[in-house]
Ligand binder design. Structure first.
Ligand code: TYM
Length: 352
């Protein structure tokens, strides 16, 4: 029986503050998994952010802020290897090699690419990068992130399911063509979360202006929660909800968001109490919103405090980044060299 430690890897793009979708879809699992006797690699995906961030002054600072939020939430640079994607430039080389076994048609069916294509058709003068080669190749770079450390588990939200499947497909194709070289990770479980947006839309997302953020102060939380629409026509809540224990009656989407937040943050009694009130009807949304806002602010308070801790300044972040990049580099280089050998171009002399 193999005694190798389990390898866990995931990343988040530094394109805004961390929101509740990021936290409950991904970060909460990073925290849980770093307590295992496993090799955990968590990074900030600054290369990937270049598909949307165009201001060169923004990206470095946004990366440091994201790392500071990681730490404020409890990720521990002694338990997990926490790094910046671009500190591992051999990932870009692996993406190039993987590109040789990736069909363009496969990439064109990617949801992120198709989404951007749709938005551009609606608004041809859209600001920022147009449809770039980088955007089309986004899933290949993500596959490289995952395969380079030989990940077994990739904790991500449900919206990243297709990207993870693409990574597995690319690895399988590579192995089929060049011999067993890459380790194929496990598929995402059925219980992966997709948190709806505060506007009631299907997904909370940075580019949709519908997020609740971990660093939101109590006044901001209250303003955002009060603005959640509760008067829209009742629509069925996603009936394919992948949280079977959370069977909710049909609710307007905004109300469903409030209940979803309550289920994540409040004690079960309080949650069931509000559910009963919903079933009985009546006017209680004002109270529900106040309670949800209170739970959110209580959840955010220690994170904000730790984020503002002077000990977690840029120097502290840069120090552990330097150390952690050294911890991930050997395994990453080993994978790239193995792929080079498998494809026949041989070892890289300048690295020898
Ligand atoms: P990103 O930055 O869009 O999101 C980071 C993580 O947060 C999860 N997430 C959500 N989960 C549930 N409900 C939501 N509303 C929600 N919004 C975001 C995402 O599923 C993700 O887990 N491509 C990735 C970054 C990446 C990566 C990787 C991840 C690059 N390379 C390798 C894993 C492995 C992304 O854009 O995540």
């Amino acid at each position: 029986m193999s005694t190798a430690k389990e390898v866990i890897l995931s990343g988040i793009r530094p394109t805004g503050r961390l929101h509740y979708g990021n936290y409950f879809g991904a970060l909460t699992h990073f925290l849980r998994l770093q307590e295992r006797d496993a090799n955990c690699y968590y990074f900030v995906a600054d290369y990937h952010a270049l598909t949307t961030i165009t201001d060169r002054r923004e990206i470095y600072q946004a990366t440091l802020e994201m790392l500071r939020t990681y730490v404020a939430c409890g990720l521990d640079p002694h338990k997990s290897v926490i790094y910046r994607q671009s500190d591992l430039p051999c990932t870009a080389e692996l993406a190039l090699l993987l590109g040789m076994v990736t069909n363009i048609g496969h990439l064109e069916r990617g949801t992120t690419y198709k989404d951007k294509l749709g938005r551009l058709q609606d608004d041809p003068k859209m600001e920022g990068n147009p449809l770039s080669y980088g955007l089309l190749g986004y899933p290949v770079l993500m596959a490289a992130d995952i395969l380079i450390v030989k990940a077994d588990l990739v904790p991500v939200g449900d919206d990243q399911r297709q990207h993870l499947e693409m990574a597995c497909d690319i690895a399988a194709k590579f192995n089929h063509r060049f011999g067993e070289t890459l380790h194929i990770p496990k598929a995402l479980g059925r219980d992966a979360l997709r948190l709806p947006g505060l506007d009631g839309s299907a997904k909370m997302g940075k580019s949709d202006n519908n997020t609740l953020d971990l660093l939101d102060d109590p006044a901001t939380v209250l303003r955002k929660i009060k603005a959640v629409p509760t008067t829209t026509d009742p629509l069925p809540l996603d009936t394919e909800s992948n949280e079977p224990e959370m069977v909710l009656p049909k609710m307007p989407p905004g109300v469903a968001v409030l209940y979803r937040l309550l289920s994540l943050l409040a004690p079960e009694d309080a949650y069931l109490d509000f559910l009963e009130q919903y079933r009985q009807g009546g006017k209680f949304y004002g109270n529900l919103k106040k309670e949800v806002a209170r739970y959110v602010s209580e959840f955010n308070a220690p994170i904000i405090e730790s984020y503002n801790d002077p000990a977690h300044d840029d120097a502290f972040i840069e120090e552990f980044l330097r150390e952690n990049a050294k911890r991930v580099a050997p395994v990453a280089l080993e994978t790239v060299e193995a792929c080079r050998e498998a494809m026949g171009i041989g070892r890289s002399l300048y690295r020898a």
